[in-house]
Design a protein around this ligand. Structure first.
Ligand code: E4P
Length: 221
Protein backbone atom coordinates (compact mmCIF):
# COMPACT_ATOMS: atom_id res chain seq x y z
CA UNK A 1 0.00 0.00 0.00
CA UNK A 2 1.22 3.48 -0.83
CA UNK A 3 1.45 6.16 1.87
CA UNK A 4 0.60 9.76 1.02
CA UNK A 5 0.74 12.56 3.57
CA UNK A 6 -2.37 14.73 3.86
CA UNK A 7 -1.02 18.19 4.59
CA UNK A 8 0.27 21.40 3.01
CA UNK A 9 2.92 21.86 5.71
CA UNK A 10 6.37 21.78 4.11
CA UNK A 11 8.05 20.85 7.40
CA UNK A 12 5.71 17.87 7.90
CA UNK A 13 6.16 16.81 4.28
CA UNK A 14 9.96 16.94 4.71
CA UNK A 15 9.70 14.96 7.96
CA UNK A 16 7.55 12.29 6.29
CA UNK A 17 9.88 12.18 3.29
CA UNK A 18 12.83 11.59 5.64
CA UNK A 19 11.09 8.50 7.04
CA UNK A 20 11.71 6.80 3.68
CA UNK A 21 8.17 5.44 3.27
CA UNK A 22 6.39 8.37 1.61
CA UNK A 23 4.88 7.94 -1.86
CA UNK A 24 2.98 11.20 -2.41
CA UNK A 25 1.05 14.16 -0.99
CA UNK A 26 -2.57 15.29 -0.92
CA UNK A 27 -3.69 18.82 -0.15
CA UNK A 28 -7.04 20.57 -0.16
CA UNK A 29 -8.11 24.22 0.13
CA UNK A 30 -8.63 23.88 3.91
CA UNK A 31 -5.12 22.46 4.40
CA UNK A 32 -3.62 25.28 2.29
CA UNK A 33 -5.54 27.87 4.33
CA UNK A 34 -4.31 26.25 7.56
CA UNK A 35 -0.74 26.98 6.45
CA UNK A 36 -1.70 30.57 5.60
CA UNK A 37 -1.18 30.03 1.85
CA UNK A 38 -3.50 32.22 -0.23
CA UNK A 39 -3.58 33.99 -3.59
CA UNK A 40 -3.28 32.14 -6.90
CA UNK A 41 0.46 32.75 -7.42
CA UNK A 42 1.39 31.93 -3.83
CA UNK A 43 -0.73 28.74 -3.89
CA UNK A 44 0.87 27.60 -7.16
CA UNK A 45 4.40 28.29 -5.91
CA UNK A 46 3.57 26.23 -2.84
CA UNK A 47 2.51 23.26 -5.01
CA UNK A 48 5.84 23.47 -6.85
CA UNK A 49 7.70 23.61 -3.50
CA UNK A 50 5.89 20.41 -2.44
CA UNK A 51 6.70 18.72 -5.77
CA UNK A 52 10.37 19.58 -5.26
CA UNK A 53 10.37 17.68 -1.94
CA UNK A 54 8.44 14.53 -2.90
CA UNK A 55 9.01 12.56 -6.07
CA UNK A 56 5.47 11.21 -6.33
CA UNK A 57 1.89 12.31 -7.01
CA UNK A 58 0.94 15.66 -5.42
CA UNK A 59 -2.80 16.42 -5.47
CA UNK A 60 -3.68 20.06 -6.20
CA UNK A 61 -7.40 20.82 -5.93
CA UNK A 62 -9.32 23.03 -8.36
CA UNK A 63 -11.35 25.84 -6.83
CA UNK A 64 -13.59 26.23 -9.89
CA UNK A 65 -16.92 24.44 -9.78
CA UNK A 66 -18.13 24.64 -13.38
CA UNK A 67 -16.79 22.42 -16.15
CA UNK A 68 -15.10 25.06 -18.33
CA UNK A 69 -13.32 26.73 -15.42
CA UNK A 70 -12.32 23.38 -13.90
CA UNK A 71 -10.73 22.41 -17.21
CA UNK A 72 -8.84 25.71 -17.50
CA UNK A 73 -7.67 25.66 -13.87
CA UNK A 74 -6.83 21.95 -13.93
CA UNK A 75 -4.72 22.28 -17.08
CA UNK A 76 -2.83 25.20 -15.53
CA UNK A 77 -2.21 23.20 -12.35
CA UNK A 78 -1.05 20.14 -14.31
CA UNK A 79 1.42 22.33 -16.23
CA UNK A 80 3.11 23.44 -12.97
CA UNK A 81 5.06 20.20 -12.46
CA UNK A 82 4.95 16.59 -13.72
CA UNK A 83 4.09 15.37 -10.19
CA UNK A 84 0.81 17.30 -10.07
CA UNK A 85 -2.44 15.33 -9.94
CA UNK A 86 -5.54 17.49 -10.48
CA UNK A 87 -8.01 17.06 -7.63
CA UNK A 88 -11.62 17.43 -8.73
CA UNK A 89 -14.76 17.28 -6.56
CA UNK A 90 -17.42 14.60 -7.11
CA UNK A 91 -20.04 16.69 -8.88
CA UNK A 92 -21.65 16.43 -12.31
CA UNK A 93 -19.24 19.01 -13.73
CA UNK A 94 -16.41 17.33 -11.84
CA UNK A 95 -17.10 13.96 -13.48
CA UNK A 96 -17.17 15.61 -16.91
CA UNK A 97 -13.84 17.26 -16.09
CA UNK A 98 -12.38 13.90 -15.00
CA UNK A 99 -13.31 12.46 -18.38
CA UNK A 100 -11.75 15.45 -20.17
CA UNK A 101 -8.49 15.23 -18.19
CA UNK A 102 -8.32 11.48 -18.66
CA UNK A 103 -8.53 11.97 -22.46
CA UNK A 104 -5.65 14.43 -22.28
CA UNK A 105 -3.43 12.17 -20.17
CA UNK A 106 -3.72 14.44 -17.09
CA UNK A 107 -3.83 12.48 -13.83
CA UNK A 108 -6.76 13.16 -11.50
CA UNK A 109 -7.97 12.54 -7.96
CA UNK A 110 -11.74 12.55 -7.48
CA UNK A 111 -12.36 13.99 -4.01
CA UNK A 112 -15.30 14.14 -1.57
CA UNK A 113 -16.47 10.60 -2.33
CA UNK A 114 -18.87 9.12 0.20
CA UNK A 115 -20.69 6.30 -1.65
CA UNK A 116 -19.94 3.31 -3.90
CA UNK A 117 -22.02 4.88 -6.70
CA UNK A 118 -19.88 8.01 -6.69
CA UNK A 119 -16.73 5.84 -6.82
CA UNK A 120 -18.18 3.91 -9.78
CA UNK A 121 -18.80 7.18 -11.67
CA UNK A 122 -15.25 8.37 -10.96
CA UNK A 123 -13.79 5.12 -12.33
CA UNK A 124 -16.00 5.24 -15.43
CA UNK A 125 -14.79 8.79 -16.08
CA UNK A 126 -11.17 7.55 -15.91
CA UNK A 127 -10.04 9.07 -12.60
CA UNK A 128 -6.51 8.07 -11.63
CA UNK A 129 -7.40 8.09 -7.92
CA UNK A 130 -10.70 8.09 -6.05
CA UNK A 131 -10.78 9.54 -2.52
CA UNK A 132 -13.40 8.05 -0.18
CA UNK A 133 -13.40 10.10 3.06
CA UNK A 134 -13.53 7.41 5.70
CA UNK A 135 -13.08 9.56 8.82
CA UNK A 136 -15.90 11.92 7.89
CA UNK A 137 -18.18 8.89 7.38
CA UNK A 138 -17.18 7.49 10.79
CA UNK A 139 -18.01 10.93 12.21
CA UNK A 140 -21.65 10.46 11.14
CA UNK A 141 -21.89 6.87 12.45
CA UNK A 142 -21.32 5.26 9.05
CA UNK A 143 -18.58 2.68 8.49
CA UNK A 144 -15.90 4.38 6.40
CA UNK A 145 -13.74 1.27 5.97
CA UNK A 146 -16.80 -0.66 4.70
CA UNK A 147 -17.00 1.87 1.87
CA UNK A 148 -13.39 1.10 0.88
CA UNK A 149 -14.25 -2.62 0.88
CA UNK A 150 -17.30 -2.06 -1.32
CA UNK A 151 -15.34 0.06 -3.83
CA UNK A 152 -12.59 -2.61 -3.91
CA UNK A 153 -15.17 -5.25 -4.87
CA UNK A 154 -16.69 -3.07 -7.59
CA UNK A 155 -13.35 -2.06 -9.10
CA UNK A 156 -12.10 -5.67 -9.07
CA UNK A 157 -15.34 -6.92 -10.69
CA UNK A 158 -14.70 -4.70 -13.70
CA UNK A 159 -10.90 -4.37 -13.55
CA UNK A 160 -11.04 -0.58 -13.20
CA UNK A 161 -7.53 0.89 -13.02
CA UNK A 162 -8.60 3.77 -10.73
CA UNK A 163 -6.64 3.56 -7.48
CA UNK A 164 -8.53 3.65 -4.20
CA UNK A 165 -7.00 6.43 -2.10
CA UNK A 166 -8.40 6.17 1.43
CA UNK A 167 -8.75 9.78 2.67
CA UNK A 168 -9.81 11.47 5.88
CA UNK A 169 -7.69 8.92 7.73
CA UNK A 170 -7.57 9.82 11.42
CA UNK A 171 -5.47 7.19 13.20
CA UNK A 172 -3.16 4.17 12.65
CA UNK A 173 -5.99 1.60 12.88
CA UNK A 174 -7.64 3.26 9.87
CA UNK A 175 -4.41 2.58 7.94
CA UNK A 176 -4.34 -1.08 9.01
CA UNK A 177 -8.04 -1.59 8.22
CA UNK A 178 -7.64 0.05 4.81
CA UNK A 179 -4.65 -2.20 4.07
CA UNK A 180 -6.69 -5.27 5.10
CA UNK A 181 -9.51 -4.46 2.68
CA UNK A 182 -7.19 -3.58 -0.19
CA UNK A 183 -6.98 0.22 -0.47
CA UNK A 184 -4.21 1.10 -2.92
CA UNK A 185 -3.20 4.25 -1.03
CA UNK A 186 -3.85 5.83 2.36
CA UNK A 187 -3.40 9.57 2.72
CA UNK A 188 -2.71 10.27 6.36
CA UNK A 189 -1.72 12.89 8.88
CA UNK A 190 1.95 12.53 9.85
CA UNK A 191 0.91 11.41 13.36
CA UNK A 192 -0.95 8.36 11.99
CA UNK A 193 2.09 7.27 9.95
CA UNK A 194 4.59 7.72 12.79
CA UNK A 195 2.29 5.86 15.22
CA UNK A 196 2.83 2.74 13.10
CA UNK A 197 6.47 2.61 14.20
CA UNK A 198 5.73 2.21 17.88
CA UNK A 199 5.15 -0.93 19.93
CA UNK A 200 6.10 -1.23 23.63
CA UNK A 201 7.53 -4.72 23.09
CA UNK A 202 9.86 -3.33 20.39
CA UNK A 203 11.11 -0.68 22.81
CA UNK A 204 11.52 -3.17 25.68
CA UNK A 205 13.10 -5.78 23.39
CA UNK A 206 15.66 -3.35 22.01
CA UNK A 207 16.58 -2.11 25.50
CA UNK A 208 17.15 -5.72 26.59
CA UNK A 209 19.27 -6.57 23.52
CA UNK A 210 21.44 -3.52 24.09
CA UNK A 211 21.74 -4.17 27.85
CA UNK A 212 22.78 -7.79 27.20
CA UNK A 213 25.30 -6.63 24.62
CA UNK A 214 26.80 -4.15 27.12
CA UNK A 215 26.89 -6.85 29.85
CA UNK A 216 28.65 -9.34 27.57
CA UNK A 217 31.15 -6.71 26.51
CA UNK A 218 31.95 -5.79 30.15
CA UNK A 219 32.39 -9.49 31.19
CA UNK A 220 34.80 -10.06 28.29
CA UNK A 221 36.80 -6.95 29.24
C1 E4P B 1 -8.23 14.13 1.13
O1 E4P B 1 -7.51 14.24 0.17
C2 E4P B 1 -8.54 15.20 2.08
O2 E4P B 1 -7.53 16.18 1.98
C3 E4P B 1 -8.54 14.78 3.50
O3 E4P B 1 -8.15 13.44 3.68
C4 E4P B 1 -9.70 15.24 4.30
O4 E4P B 1 -9.52 14.81 5.64
P1 E4P B 1 -10.34 15.42 6.87
O5 E4P B 1 -11.70 14.78 6.88
O6 E4P B 1 -9.53 15.04 8.07
O7 E4P B 1 -10.43 16.91 6.64
Amino acid sequence: MKFFIDTASLSQIKEAQDLGVLDGVTTNPSLMAKEGISGEDRVRRHYVDICNIVDGPVSAEVIATDFADMVREGEELAALHPNIVVKVPMTRDGVKALKHFSGKGIRTNCTLVFSPGQALLAAKAGATFVSPFIGRLDDVSTDGVALIESIRTIYDNYSYATEILAASVRHPMHIIQCAEVGADVATCPLSAITALFDHPLTTIGLEKFLADHRKAASVKA
